[in-house]
Design a protein around this ligand. Sequence first.
Ligand code: AMP
Ligand code: MN
Ligand code: MN
Ligand code: MN
Length: 300
Amino acid sequence: MTEEAQVGVQNEIEIIGAEDQQYTVYDLHCHTLFSDGTLSPTDLVIRAKEKGVHYLALTDHDETSGLDEAQAKADEIKLNLIHGVEVSVSWDNNQTIHIVGLNIDKENEALQQGLAEIRQERVRRAKKIASKLEKAGIPNVWRDVVEQNGFEALTRTHFGRFLLEHNHVKDMKEAFKKWLGRKGRAHVTGHWVPMKDAVEWITQAGGQAVIAHPVRYGMTNRKLEKLVLDFKDAGGIGLEVIGNRYSSAERAAMASLARRFDLLASVGSDFHAPGNPYIELGRNLGLPEHVKPIWHDWHN
Ligand code: AMP
Ligand code: MN
Ligand code: MN
Ligand code: MN
């Protein structure tokens, strides 16, 4: 299923509250308002603690500016914060793939230059999206979405929220289906950076590169295997095997993929905002036993 198609789908998996779990809870993928989340880094970290998370990675899209604030709060309330980022890359004829970097040195120059380059492309793409929406008769998109944001990590989520707030759509699902998603009227392909470059920047910054939400790209198994091989060639080492709403079948398939290709297993809610009980920090992120966790050597 595609990323667009997945949102809002409730599958059969049992939801286990992190607060009831006896073992260490990792959540290694989430967002703040430094990209397309709605919480400040402070509020995100507090919420993670409340939800029983022990290790939280903040992974904003192409942006690390939320990490200082998150770290300050994490120190205060004694939560282990992993410095992360979710990098937008283009792979195999401009297909967008997201690569999560964990334990990065956010001061690394090559990484920051790369992220700045991607954010410039975000601005270029945002202008095109705004113009398509305005041509379709929706007023003030540029003014309200782009100018008012005052920062560079402009995502399609920002446009989706604008469309919703101004009653052009009934929910975010419709915003993506009708306008912003792959088949939407205002869709613009992002020309991000090659996957190889992103993996190299993360690795040079001392980080671990992980393929984010592999079940959401709508790929055949064959294509997914090709992605994994290219990713490994580039130096990537991890696969997000578990997400909040993955079905049992998806969990098993991703665990098997990680095992077959000798990738370390990561887990993440991809939390953006409170309000959806199915997408929550630390929820339902237990790892199957037969995979090797990405954190296997974090505690040495
Ligand atoms: P971008 O990186 O700017 O292309 O935006 C992608 C982001 O849009 C993802 O990280 C999700 O947060 C969000 N997104 C994608 N599809 C949907 C959807 N169907 N409903 C709500 N949010 C979505
Ligand atoms: Mn997002
Ligand atoms: Mn993503
Ligand atoms: Mn994400």
